[in-house]
Design a binder for this molecule. Structure first.
Ligand SMILES: *[C@@H]1O[C@H](CO)[C@@H](O)[C@H](O)[C@H]1NC(C)=O
Ligand SMILES: *[C@@H]1O[C@H](CO)[C@@H](O)[C@H](O)[C@H]1NC(C)=O
Ligand SMILES: *[C@@H]1O[C@H](CO)[C@@H](O)[C@H](O)[C@H]1NC(C)=O
Length: 353
């Protein structure tokens, strides 16, 4: 038998060892970005001093004699930090078009005087939100150009009156976007969120799915809860396939983002986040849409994620493609995704939370 003192020594050694293990794990999981957010290791941004998102974009207009022989610098030279985001009357498509003369058909863009280092596809699920979409496009095109990305914007438009299904539309967007290019990064973007800082780069983390909208104004610029993954996120195609994409079975508002967060963990990945003082977004004010009622069944569904995620996702994606149209500012992918199954009322009422 050990003496009490030896026992105590073992206790402290075990404690030290477990702390070391914890630190190692945190390190591996890229927690540094979270700590940075909490302890302010990145610059303290002053959001009372903002710049117009179109400021100095014209500096990127190429000198006609120049040869585009080099990669763009790792950090774009014209980032300004906090941006002025206001919501007056939504701009017209024509106005956005005029302000973004180098965007080509389908909403594609590549930097004009250097090779873009990163290829980013932005995918936006959409239905009956034309005014929001115009506001987003007005801010997003120059935002992405400031970052010198090679990018394209895909809008996945759900037809018909069936319940909205955000996650399924995003799966479709990924499948379709990958037809056009070998993207380095997929940005899955809600139509009503506008980024407030152009240092919030729309590029992926090499290792882990990244949550970009960590601080939304509607949640007082903080995370509503620890595992939150809604709004805007960034995954590489490999990360996306590793979690089998998003669930196809969450109809209506809510739940799918928690399912996604759980898939990320279940597939051995974890979430990294943009620091809170950088991942700031303003939400365009609006009422809840009709056709996107709260999904009351979501808590039942979330209990089954562990069992279902490998069978519900990209490998079970089924939809009818109605059209692919290249408009001047985005590619419009219009789909019929069917209807929500009828859920027996008894099952729907049974909630655990
Ligand atoms: C815009 O560019 C000019 C000229 O390079 C520079 O002096 C100015 O500081 C820039 N403005 C911002 C907000 O970065
Ligand atoms: C959708 O709803 C609108 C308005 O209620 C109606 O006019 C339209 O016919 C419906 N469309 C379909 C495909 O059911
Ligand atoms: C996308 O295309 C469909 C079919 O042409 C059209 O009905 C819809 O309004 C378009 N949506 C957007 C956002 O452009």
């Amino acid at each position: 038998m050990l003496s009490p003192r030896a026992d105590r020594r073992c206790f402290f050694m075990c404690l030290a060892a477990s702390q070391l293990l914890f630190l190692l794990l945190m390190y591996r999981r890229g927690a540094s970005s979270v700590f940075q957010g909490i302890f302010g290791a990145n610059p303290i941004w002053d959001y009372s001093k903002t710049q117009d998102v179109y400021t100095n974009l014209s500096l990127f207009i190429p000198d006609p004699g120049a040869v585009r022989a080099q990669y763009c610098p790792v950090t774009s030279p014209i980032l300004v930090g906090p941006l002025t985001i206001t919501f007056p009357k939504p701009p017209s498509l024509k106005k956005i078009r005029v302000k973004n003369p180098y965007v080509t058909s389908g909403g594609f863009y590549s930097p004009r005087h250097c090779y873009g280092r990163y290829r980013t596809a932005v995918i936006i699920p959409h239905r009956k939100r034309e005014a929001h979409l115009r506001t987003l496009l007005y801010y997003l095109h120059p935002f992405l150009q400031r970052q010198q990305l090679h990018y394209a914007i895909f809008v996945v438009h759900q037809t018909g009156n069936a319940t909205f299904n955000r996650a399924k539309l995003l799966n479709i967007g990924v499948r379709e976007a990958l037809r056009y290019n070998d993207w380095d990064c997929l940005i899955l973007h809600d139509v009503d969120l506008i980024p407030e800082n152009d240092y919030n780069l729309y590029i992926c983390d090499d290792y882990y799915p990244k949550h970009l909208s960590s601080a939304m104004d509607k949640f007082q610029y903080s995370l509503p809860y620890w595992a939150y993954f809604g709004g805007v996120s960034a995954l590489t195609p490999d990360q996306f396939m590793k979690i089998n994409g998003f669930p196809n079975t969450f109809w209506g508002w809510g739940g799918e983002d928690d399912d996604i967060a759980m898939r990320i963990r279940l597939s051995g990945l974890s979430i990294t986040r943009t620091p809170l003082n950088l991942g700031r977004y303003k939400m365009i004010p609006h009422d809840r849409d009709s056709g996107n009622e709260e999904n009351n069944y979501r808590y039942n569904q979330l209990q089954n994620t562990r069992r279902n995620w490998k069978d519900d996702g990209m490998n079970s994606l089924d939809f009818q493609l109605l059209s692919r149209e290249k408009t001047e500012l985005y590619t419009n992918i219009t789909v019929d995704i069917g209807e929500a199954p009828v859920i027996p009322t008894r099952a729907r009422k049974w909630k655990i939370f």
